[in-house]
Design a binder for this molecule. Structure first.
Ligand code: CAA
Length: 383
């Protein structure tokens, strides 16, 4: 099969990521079945797509006709068999629970045509393990989008241990047809590139939650001027359930230090999941929170966050997940709103300063994940 042979796409899950991916695919001209387990979830997904398309029309990014045509290509469904029985390419976007992913992949393997590629939008989890639930491991691949999928350019295409080169190539080509910037992740490793590089920041805010100081607003206020979305706000935006599951998974596969904080666990149990439920660390009932910059903490600054990113990025090089630092910068520049990658930033700040910041955070929180790597101390990575 070639990317041009892909005519029909199925997206499994109509939540934030699922409906965003479906919207991207219908706008790229594909027939798309979007499936969720209950009609109300499907309806909510369709509603979100309609609102987003209306925004694009209003901003003159697409025409009214293009929006209508795109919607006509969307087939919202609850019946899984109906959704996948004639699909050429299937993208799964269900919650980040390994057993759930495996059970979905087992069903997809049984119900979809033998030639279909089964892609997972998992943010962190092992593609190889998900693939093991199927009898077509060569056709299972990671295809990781970023929230909001309609705006964020990056797609990480992840090769599992048994994914064929043909599957990787088709997924790469389809990502380009979607208008995205794909990067290939050659080694199936937790969090791939983007989320792995940001994992220590999640750990840092998790430690701050438990310490109780600074408050989310005091912390975020320190970065408001230099980030499109600050760390606690971004966690709310992406979903505290997603943040919780990620940290839990990292604590199992990367380091026990990633264990999610008690505060985060309580928020998830109380269904205070951020934007999607109207409340997380902030109140989202009337849109993005107003962060008061006068409350900014002096305890942390942007070099702390950059230092953690660069340090984790050097681990990806040391572990052979990526062999070219430019690929990491390309991914990091396109996955969020930053527009620039960590190694480019390191060049202008200087590795010596960043090493000191990592040491400071490692000592302060007694966290070895923050400790600078050998590569970081050598300070020779250039892009
Ligand atoms: N559909 C269509 N258009 C949309 C939209 C949507 N859902 N949301 C926003 N827009 C458009 C707006 O209309 C606006 O257009 P103009 O520039 O033409 O005016 C533009 O996007 C900016 O939107 P807003 O002015 O409403 O809002 P903003 O300035 O607050 O930007 C944001 C919102 C684009 C999301 C910005 O805050 C941002 O870039 N945030 C960072 C997001 C990020 O880091 N994502 C990665 C998360 S990590 C992840 O996803 C990994 C994972 O595995 C979970």
């Amino acid at each position: 099969m070639k990317a041009d042979d892909v005519k029909k796409i199925a997206v499994i899950g109509a939540g934030d990521m699922g409906n965003g991916i479906a919207e991207v695919a219908i706008l790229a001209g594909y027939e798309v079945a979007m499936r969720d387990i209950e009609q109300r979830f499907v309806d909510r997904g369709v509603d979100t797509i309609k609102k987003s398309l209306a925004k694009l029309v209003q901003k003159n990014k697409i025409t009214e006709d293009a929006s209508k045509d795109a919607l006509a290509r969307l087939m919202p469904l609850v019946d899984l068999e109906e959704a996948v029985k004639d699909a050429d390419f299937i993208i799964e976007a269900v919650p980040e629970i390994m057993d759930l992913k495996k059970s979905v992949f087992k069903d997809l393997d049984e119900l979809s045509p033998k030639h279909a590629i089964l892609a997972t939008n998992t943010s962190n989890m092992s593609i190889t393990e998900i693939a093991s639930a199927t009898n077509r491991e060569d056709k299972v691949v990671g295809m990781h989008f970023f929230n909001p999928a309609i705006l964020m350019k990056l797609v990480e295409v992840i090769k599992g241990k048994n994914t064929s080169d043909e599957t990787v190539q088709i997924t790469y080509d389809i990502s380009e047809k979607f208008g995205k910037v794909p990067v290939i992740v050659k080694k199936d490793s937790p969090g791939f590139i983007y989320n792995r590089v940001n994992a220590p920041t999640s750990l840092l805010i998790s430690k701050i939650m438990d310490a109780g100081s600074p408050t989310p607003e005091e912390f975020d206020a320190a970065f408001k001027a230099v980030m499109p979305m600050t760390p606690f706000e971004l966690a709310d935006y992406v979903g505290l359930d997603v943040a919780y599951h990620s940290l839990k998974y990292f604590s199992e596969v990367l380091s026990p230090e990633y264990k999610p904080s008690k505060v985060l666990e309580e928020k998830v149990n109380a269904k205070e999941l951020g934007k999607k439920t109207g409340k997380g660390f902030y109140d989202w009932s009337s849109g993005r929170p107003n962060i008061d910059t006068s409350k900014a903490t002096k305890e942390f600054d942007i070099t702390h966050l950059i230092a953690l990113q660069v340090n984790e990025a050097t681990k990806l090089l040391e572990e052979g997940v990526v062999d070219d630092p430019k690929v990491i910068d390309l991914a990091m520049a396109n996955g969020g709103g930053a527009g620039v990658g960590p190694f480019t930033l390191a060049k202008s700040i200087g590795y010596e300063t960043l090493v000191k910041k990592c040491e400071e955070l490692a000592d302060k929180f007694n966290v070895e994940v923050f400790r600078p790597t050998k590569t970081m101390k050598e300070g020779k990575v250039s892009v």
